[in-house]
Write a protein that binds this ligand. Structure first.
Ligand code: 3HC
Ligand code: NAI
Length: 707
């Protein structure tokens, strides 16, 4: 096997008979960084100039073909050759080029394959154009070649959804020509390329493919996608640009379409949404790298116990059952246990009713579920998650039982929202095994899992929390112990800012509308109605005695709760929900209550613009986010970002509150807080971290690199 072309070490060309095998070897995912692009271009050049080479085979080393452009390069000065140039060189090669795909062929990776003349996939292959998830569009011919190859309808669906398709589906769509058995893409690719050479197969350029031949059908698909996108992708920039690019594939010659694609791609690159979405991409991977996951290996995690079968206990049980774990639930008595089981079954019955699960599959899942009123049933489990009432004495009693029955090494987790986990840990003989696992409601759906780290916990217990998150397909964020951990602690502060604005003159409907316009699916008052106002009311009553008497306290929520208006479940809260409607209507009686409260508090209402509402809402969120980082409750600003993206509906295209703060500029955020502090210096206290960063001319991003 002789080396036939210059090697950049990331791209290794080697001769195998009359084939040039070009292996991309750029761990971890063979991203198309500048050296890979150079190596690929050089390898194609070498194939052209070597008369002995009859065909080229492109393969990826490691677990993937190519995962796409190197995302870290976006936003930096582009280095030649560009990926469209490399793809053009591949497509224009005078000798057949074959791509043999295993693992990921995503984004630019699939675009390289589309530029090749023949494509083969092994069963592990997943193909896709997921650029939309990064605020981009396929920028190396994907919007021009994919529609020509598989038709406008399928290409639009692929690009707008960003989904990954498996090898079989790729074959049926026409994205690949051939499906090979087994896992060895190199061997399958060699066999295929040799066959093509023997058959004197011609080069076959995707740019000339006839997938758009039915102009009427293509146009109809485009218009349908345009209407659908206008409806669905509220506030997102790149989906409409994708439509424009694909429209060029329908209406312009290939080279002109490529130019249009490039212009639109560059617009996406320059958009703040691209920066926000790429921040989110890396942040959700960075959160996995907590000190404990580096320092320790997780404990075994095959079987689980749940204490409490209410809203959370049942949801957590479903999440674990869905991950294939056997689950044993403990409840106070047989009646509550039956209710707990019913809560679990209800979820699966819903799926069966919708046709998303067969009754047999439900039976198979429920066979892994067991319940008891006796703690001894937990003697053998690897992990227990406690989800009983939010009362420290009740929780301590539960932990005493767990201490008595659980095997040594069993992880003892609490799902408490606010209580002091150090106190719970200190109350038993094995504090090193106690950790907080704060799930979000509905626990089988919400992706966020705060892993709350008390003072005495062992590193391997924390690592087990991260491992559980992986098993349950959740996004873990490490948090320190404090009232509300990361998410609920910050929420409490910006909810107060919203209440202040409500008393000062903005209606809850104005505030919700501003928050939705910012990109949230719902505003804070809608969320309160969905979650049930009684929960917050109970917390406020509990904390009333310890509340700072100097702090402003808006009583509107209490007035509403006193009437028994707890939101959707009582058909009215801040909104009216006639006959169980899910979308609320503004309620004049609520506005009257607010007016009365303004009078009681001696407030003369004033107008708030959407911009001012969001400035105050975000300043409160960012300031408390900075406090949380300053006090090491969150390791880095990015941990706050991921918490809000996955637990609180923060618009992903803004990257998270701390990323958003950097986008706005920290001096501006601090100036806002200082201005608001003139009216209410007790509530608006600039975070010491924010002040320090502004003084140093630094931003939150600079702290993301420091761990
Ligand atoms: N560029 C740079 N780094 C990348 C990358 C990329 N395209 N894709 C993954 N990585 C990095 C990750 O950040 C991670 O780094 P870390 O170990 O330092 O945290 C490492 O590679 C491994 O990634 P994962 O942890 O995600 O590994 P998995 O095995 O779970 O998943 C994957 C592999 C499915 C390939 C997943 O990484 C992925 O979806 N990657 C992004 C794919 C993508 O969006 N491609 C399109 C890029 S944009 C483009 O191509 C534009 C073009 O049209 C011009
Ligand atoms: P819930 O009231 O719906 O359920 C609590 C369950 O615990 C009840 O079924 C009750 O019978 C059972 N229980 C009480 N004492 C028990 C004992 N000694 N032994 C066994 N079972 C016992 O409460 P919910 O909402 O599920 O909350 C549970 C915990 O999860 C609380 O700590 C809460 O703060 C926390 N949490 C709640 C969230 C929510 O949105 N509801 C979100 C995140 C955490």
């Amino acid at each position: 096997m002789a080396v036939a072309a210059p090697s950049t070490s990331l791209v290794n060309p080697s001769r195998q008979g009359d084939l040039l095998v070009v292996t991309i070897d750029n761990p971890p995912v063979n991203a198309l960084g500048v050296d890979v692009r150079r190596g690929l271009a050089a390898a194609i050049g070498a194939a052209e100039s070597d008369a002995g080479v009859k065909a080229v085979l492109i393969v990826g080393a490691g677990r993937n073909f190519i995962a796409g452009a190197d995302i870290r390069e976006f936003g930096q000065t582009p280095q030649p050759p560009s990926l469209p140039e490399v793809c053009a060189a591949i497509e224009n090669c005078s000798k057949p080029v074959v791509a043999a795909i295993h693992g990921a062929a995503l984004g630019g990776g699939l675009e390289v394959a589309l530029a090749a003349h023949y494509r083969l996939a092994v069963p592990s292959a997943k193909l896709g154009l997921p650029e939309v998830a990064l605020g981009l569009l396929p920028g190396s011919g994907g919007t021009q070649r994919a529609p020509r190859l598989i038709g406008a309808k399928a290409a639009l669906e692929l690009i707008l959804s960003g989904r990954h398709v498996g090898a079989k589906e790729a074959l049926s769509l026409g994205l690949v020509d051939r499906l090979a058995e087994g896992s060895d893409a190199l061997a399958a690719g060699l066999a295929y390329a040799e066959k093509l050479v023997a058959a004197k197969a011609p080069v076959r350029r995707t740019r000339d493919a006839q997938g758009l031949a039915d102009a009427e059908a293509s146009r109809a698909a485009l218009e349908a996608a345009r209407a659908d996108t206008a409806r669905k992708s509220r506030g997102l920039f790149s989906p409409m640009k994708i439509i424009e690019a694909v429209e060029a594939a329908l209406t312009k010659p290939f080279d002109e379409g490529m130019k249009i694609e490039r212009q639109l791609f560059l617009q996406c690159i320059d958009s703040p949404q691209r920066a926000g979405l790429i921040h989110a991409f890396f942040a959700e991977r960075e959160v996995l790298k907590a000190p404990e996951t580096k320092a320790a290996k997780p404990r075994p995690l095959d079987t689980a116990g749940i204490v409490g079968g209410g809203t959370m206990g049942a949801g957590i049980a479903v999440a674990m059952l869905d991950a294939g774990m056997p689950v044993t639930m403990i409840e106070r008595d047989e009646t509550q246990l039956a209710r707990g089981r019913a809560n679990v079954e209800k979820v699966y019955d819903g799926l069966v009713k919708k046709g998303r699960m067969t009754p047999e599959a439900k039976a198979a899942v429920m066979a892994r579920f067991d319940g008891s009123t006796r703690y001894d049933a937990l003697a053998k489990v690897d992990i227990v998650v406690e989800a009983v009432f939010e009362d420290i004495e009740v929780k301590k009693a539960v932990f005493a039982e767990l201490d008595r029955v659980c095997k040594p090494g069993c992880v003892l987790a609490t799902n408490t929202s606010y209580l002091d986990i150090d106190q719970i840990a200190a109350s038993i003989s094995r504090p090193g095994d106690v950790v907080g696992l704060h799930f979000f409601s509905p626990a089988n759906i919400m992706k966020l899992l705060e892993i709350v780290v008390p003072a005495k916990v062992s590193a391997d217990v924390v690592a087990t929390g991260f491992e559980l998150a992986k098993k349950l397909k959740k996004v873990p964020v490490r948090a320190g112990v404090c009232d509300g951990f990361i998410g609920n602690r910050i929420l409490a502060v910006y909810r107060q800012a919203a209440d202040h604005m409500m008393e000062d003159g903005a209606s809850p409907y104005d505030i919700d509308a501003a928050v939705r316009a910012f990109g949230y699916p719902m505003g804070p008052f809608q969320v309160s109605d969905l979650a049930g106002g009684d929960i917050g009311w109970a917390t406020r009553k509990r904390k009333a005695a310890t509340r700072d008497p100097k702090a402003r306290y808006v009583q509107v929520a209490d007035r509403i709760c006193e009437r028994g208006w707890f939101g959707q479940k009582t058909q009215r809260g801040y909104y009216l929900y006639p006959e169980g409607a899910r979308t609320g209507q503004p309620d004049p009686e609520v506005l009257a209550i607010i007016d009365a409260e303004r009078q009681r508090a001696g407030v003369t209402p004033r107008k708030f613009s959407e911009d001012e509402i969001m400035r105050r809402y975000m300043a409160a969120m960012i300031n408390e986010g900075a406090n949380v980082v300053h006090q090491r409750i969150a390791l880095r600003p990015l941990d706050v970002d991921v918490t809000f993206l996955y637990g609180y509906g923060f618009p992903r295209f803004r990257g998270g509150p701390m990323k958003y703060a950097d986008t706005v500029g920290l001096p501006k955020v601090l100036a806002d807080i200082r201005e608001f502090a003139k009216e209410d210096p007790v509530f608006w206290k600039p975070s010491p971290l924010l002040v320090e960063l502004v003084e140093r001319g630094a931003d939150f991003a600079s702290l993301n690199q420091s761990e």
